[in-house]
Ligand binder design. Structure first.
Ligand code: GLA
Length: 659
């Protein structure tokens, strides 16, 4: 190259970067994008998340990064960057009107850019922010409030202008795994619900959740005939009493003291008077589940203290039955004919004796759950109950199951009828059959929220229904998922619960069913927020992680009896959503004793101030305030309570009127 030519070429490059000669333009795509977290697919360099060329509002871009909401990338700049520039928008190939996203940039806890809501077809928005002196930058794409479906997001022509050095992609800032809750004291404390529903004459089983030092001695006043108490383990069992309310006084005593609790057995038609609590194998073990693992989970529910906090159901999800031959090779050792000559459903080789399995669970005072689909196949390609509904329900009852998850999966292929009726039909059929069984079986509908299931789930016999798709795919969108559920609060109450899916903390798999469980990707504060949100929603509380790897931190989150009391409150109210400034919000839940549980949340990536104003919430001017995670009285507060909350975190207060 001739010298003059070379000079012109260099100047041109400098001009293109918009700077003096010393600056360098570093494309976003040259950073380590394996550290970019996103809700679907993987980040693509110079392509949209689908692999197609980048295009926004009809304009093509040769360079940039294609991602998918919710997407985060943390970048270390060390004060050496000058600017970040890009063109942002929804990728044209997202192909659905529901595609809507919001791009934001934060530097050192300060918001530098906010695209606002952008939808499919919107022209690209230019980004050009000053980064001088900044230590770090966060690139964030959220779902704009309507779920992450189709949210293909492009950071087109994205680049850093560096004064020197290079930007480096890093992990999200680490938070310490602080254990907030004091350990339960040695004196007995009876936890869990104060009411339990059953049907007259059916088998009854209830393990009284009690923390405190063992050995302990249990006694019960007002025990109806037909029920007996195992005084050492606190297990009530026998035959459910005649129709009506049976009010008992439960007592637990040890050398440190005695606890009492009024407990109502409500015998009638309703089950699940408080949100069901337990464990489900799905997000830890997928198609690896075995009889031995389920037994171990049940043993651990008792040994870890989860049962003492109120966890009760030990639920098997998909893959316990036989897999379709020639299907997914990963299920080869579970393949076989689905049924015997009489049409009876057959478990696979890893479940040698279903009755013995439920006996094991019941002997611990716990309950057992099972899974099937109304379709010919389950979602993982195993036997479904299509055209065997009556027979399968009878088999489940005979085996001793107390809970059924009924998962739509392949039913679409055989569904008949129109509109909502098409969706209701298989659930009504199974709901009616379950009601005729000689034992109580809680009925969990799983069809991902189709046809506003919350409006009719109770009518077809459901006790709970999933309100959306698999939460494992949307974990990073936790706060939005919770807000969506709070908006459905009118369809929620004793015996009929909105189900936002399982608690995934501790060791969990990824929703794509691969690999052994790993530490959950959520930050410690997000994990606290997860449990807080679910309790304030009065959601069913099913832990779906590896029980063998529960540690102190995870158990602390799962087992705080004061939080669980909020979830299990007999009024069964779902918290009311009160939106605050920015990404802050409150969930306000009325409790049976007239007090309120108030969750303060900051869903933003930077610290925020959140305020619960008594008057705005319709409360009296003075409230006594308790911090439920720390189990600490904070005092009486006039007018309201204000907290400064770290990024993506929450706290839960319980407040009582004070004078
Ligand atoms: C669906 C459900 C999940 C799980 C799997 C099992 O995806 O939504 O909760 O039961 O099927 O295959």
């Amino acid at each position: 190259m001739r010298p003059t030519f070379y000079l012109a070429w260099c100047l041109g490059l400098g001009w293109w970067a918009g700077l003096g000669n010393a600056s360098e333009s570093v494309p976003l795509g040259s950073l380590d994008l394996s550290l970019m977290r996103q809700g679907w697919g993987r980040p693509r360099i110079d392509r949209a998340v689908t692999g197609k060329p980048l295009a926004i509002g009809g304009r093509r871009f040769d360079h940039g990064v294609g991602t998918h909401a919710r997407s985060t990338l943390w970048v270390r700049l060390d004060g050496r960057a000058e600017r970040f520039q890009a063109m942002v928008g929804v990728d044209d190939a997202a192909g659905n009107r529901r595609a809507s996203v919001r791009f934001r940039l934060y530097a050192d806890d300060e918001k530098l850019f906010d695209s606002g809501r952008m939808t499919l077809g919107d022209p690209p928005k230019p980004v050009d922010v000053d980064l001088s002196g900044r230590r770090s930058l966060l690139l964030l794409v959220t779902d704009a409030g309507d779920g992450i479906d189709f949210d293909h997001a492009n950071w087109a022509e994205a680049r850093f202008i560096m004064a020197e050095g290079r930007p480096v992609a890093v992990k999200a800032p680490e938070e310490p795994r602080v254990i907030l809750t004091p350990k339960p004291g040695p004196a007995p404390r009876i936890n869990g619900p104060t009411v339990s529903g059953c049907r007259p004459g059916h088998p009854f089983l209830y393990r009284i959740p009690t923390t405190g030092e063992r050995p302990m001695r249990f006694s019960v006043e007002g025990l109806p005939p037909g029920l007996q108490l195992d005084a050492e383990n606190g297990i009530l069992s026998g035959v459910a009493p005649p129709r009506g309310d049976h009010v008992l006084t439960l007592r637990a005593a040890n050398r440190h003291g005695e606890a009492r609790r009024r407990f109502t057995i409500r015998s009638g038609d309703l089950l699940a008077l408080t949100p069901p609590m337990g464990w489900n194998h799905w997000y830890a073990h997928y198609n690896r589940i075995t009889d031995a693992m389920v037994r171990e989970a049940a043993d651990l529910m008792v040994r870890t203290g989860m049962a003492d906090a109120g966890y009760q159901y030990v639920n098997i999800d998909d893959c316990w039955m036989r897999a379709r031959p020639g299907g997914n090779p990963a299920n080869r050792d579970r393949e076989g004919s689905f049924r015997d000559a009489s049409g009876r459903l057959l478990p696979n080789r890893y479940f040698p004796d279903m009755k013995a399995l439920t006996d094991h669970i019941h002997a611990l005072g716990l309950k057992a759950g099972i899974y099937t689909s109304p379709g010919p196949y389950t979602c993982a390609g195993f036997a479904g109950s299509y055209q065997h509904e009556e027979q399968d329900a009878a088999t489940f009852a005979e085996w001793g199951f107390d809970f059924l998850k009924y998962d739509w999966c392949s039913y679409g292929r055989v569904a008949t009828g129109e509109g909502r009726e098409r969706l209701m039909k298989p659930y009504r059929l199974m709901g009616d059959i379950l009601r005729r069984q000689p034992r109580d079986i809680v009925f969990n509908l799983c069809q991902y929220g189709m046809g506003n299931v919350w409006e009719w789930g109770a009518r077809v016999g459901g006790h709970s229904w999933r309100t959306g798709g698999d939460l494992g795919f949307e974990l990073d969108n936790l706060f939005e998922v919770a807000k969506r559920n709070a908006r459905l609060r009118q369809w929620h109450g004793p015996g009929h619960w909105n189900d936002p899916d399982y608690i995934q903390i501790g060791y969990v798999g990824n929703a794509r069913q691969t690999g052994e469980p790993r530490p959950c990707p959520l930050s410690p504060n997000e994990q606290y927020a997860f449990m807080s949100l679910w309790c304030l929603l009065a959601a069913p509380l099913f832990y779906s992680g590896d029980m063998t790897r529960l540690d102190e931190f995870t158990l602390n989150i799962l087992c705080n009896p004061e939080l669980i009391e909020v979830d299990q409150d007999p009024l069964g109210r779902c918290g009311r959503l009160v939106e605050g400034p920015g990404e802050t919000f409150l969930l306000v839940k009325e409790l049976a004793d007239g007090s309120r549980a108030i969750g303060l949340f900051n869903a933003d990536e930077v610290p925020a101030t959140v305020r619960a104003d008594w008057r705005a919430l319709g409360l009296g001017p003075k409230q006594r305030v308790r911090d439920l995670w720390r189990q600490q009285e904070l005092g009486v507060f006039a007018d309201g309570y204000t907290a400064r909350l770290p990024r993506r975190s929450g706290m839960v207060l319980r407040v009582w009127e004070a004078r």
